[in-house]
Design a protein around this ligand. Structure first.
Ligand code: NDP
Length: 328
């Protein structure tokens, strides 16, 4: 059991945490990143990334995260293979975080970049058949459904991307959505509707997953038509739940304010939480944009503000605005 001290402790190793680390290391903050249960974050369970600036060709999510980590380490970040199980923010800086390993991490500043996790429908059979036909990650599990019939539930970018991805393995992919229009980006919708292997079922609510977890796994989904009320069975070998994400804020319950969706509340336009010296960046505080590039951007902001906090400086955005107005 050891205690690790740093000027900047970062919890989470997705684009937000690693961008904070790159900026923090270059500012001589000697950051420590505690990687958590999913090192590299959500991009490690995605495939093609076409919208991260700087790459003309498609890059792979896991590769992009390896590169970010290599860059963070190259400039002086210490990466820890540990998961924080408790934090103590009372009493202000330095902040303490306790690792699953038994190690303690102490940071003059704390950058929270714990991200978000896939949501589940919460209907019968979902948990029992998890890993036995029901999954929340096509990139992780799609391979197991080679040549089989699969369904994706949801209507956002994730659901459409998962359906498109699954066509690499299956010739029979059905997207099941609870409404009659998708919220996914237009370009993705066009690809989906034009794909010969994909069918869309509209206005269908999944009421349950049926099958025997011990023998054969998932056999069908129980559906209810939202418009007609008609019940039906949809037979498939695999079902992928892709209905969005919930922020990972469990660690901070009762210590930092969260909004109704559970996202950490920050001072608008900044990564500052209610506690001076504690900053939040990426999906854990952003329910609107949730992109790798916006996570990286807020990670950079958190590091800049952490550096200012350690130096005893503060940025007063309003003061700055007033000064600018006065100068006009
Ligand atoms: P979204 O919140 O955008 O979409 C969730 C979808 O799931 C919606 O269609 C919603 O239906 C549906 N849904 C939610 N709850 C339920 C439920 N209980 N039962 C049935 N359906 C449900 O989440 P995503 O994960 O798709 O995307 C999150 C963010 O990440 C977005 O900002 C997205 O743009 C971004 N993203 C970007 C990517 C890219 O640029 N390449 C890739 C993946 C994500 P309804 O529409 O009726 O509300």
């Amino acid at each position: 059991m050891a205690t690790h001290k740093t000027r900047m402790l970062i919890i989470g190793s997705g684009p937000a945490g690693l961008s904070a680390a790159i900026y923090g290391a270059r500012a001589m903050m000697e950051p420590i990143v505690v990687q958590g249960l999913q090192p590299g974050g959500q991009l490690t369970i995605t495939t093609d990334v076409e919208n991260y600036p700087g790459f003309r060709d498609v890059v792979q999510g896991p590769w992009l995260m390896q590169e970010m980590q290599a860059q963070a380490e190259h400039v002086g970040t210490r990466m820890m293979w540990d998961t924080i199980v408790r934090v103590d923010l009372e009493g202000g800086s330095p902040f303490r975080a306790y690792g699953d390993s038994g190690d303690i991490y102490e940071g003059d500043t704390l950058v929270i970049a714990t991200g978000a996790q896939a949501k589940w429908l919460g209907v019968p059979g979902e948990m029992e058949l998890g890993g036995k036909g029901v999954s929340a990650c096509a990139t992780c599990d799609g391979f197991f459904y080679r040549g089989k019939k699969v369904a994706v539930i949801g209507g956002g970018n994730t659901a459409v991307e998962e359906a498109l991805y699954l066509t690499n393995h299956s010739d029979d992919v059905t997207l099941i959505h609870r409404r009659d229009s998708l919220r996914a980006e237009r370009i993705l919708q066009d690809r989906l509707f034009n794909h010969p292997k994909i069918t869309v079922l509209w206005n269908q609510v999944v009421e349950g997953f049926e099958g025997d977890p011990l023998a054969g796994g998932l056999t069908h989904l129980s559906l209810k038509d939202r418009v007609t009320g008609q019940l039906s069975k949809f037979h498939c070998d695999g079902a992928f739940v892709a209905i969005g994400h919930a922020p990972s804020t469990e660690l901070f319950k009762g210590q930092l304010p969260v909004d109704e969706g559970g996202y950490l509340i920050v001072e608008p336009g900044t990564p500052k939480t209610a506690i001076p010296g504690v900053f939040a960046c990426g999906d854990v505080m952003d329910h609107t944009y949730r992109q790798a590039v916006t996570a990286a951007g807020t990670g950079c902001m958190a590091a800049l503000d952490a550096e200012r906090f350690v130096s005893g400086l503060s940025i007063d955005l309003h003061g700055h605005a007033e000064a600018a107005e006065a100068a006009e």
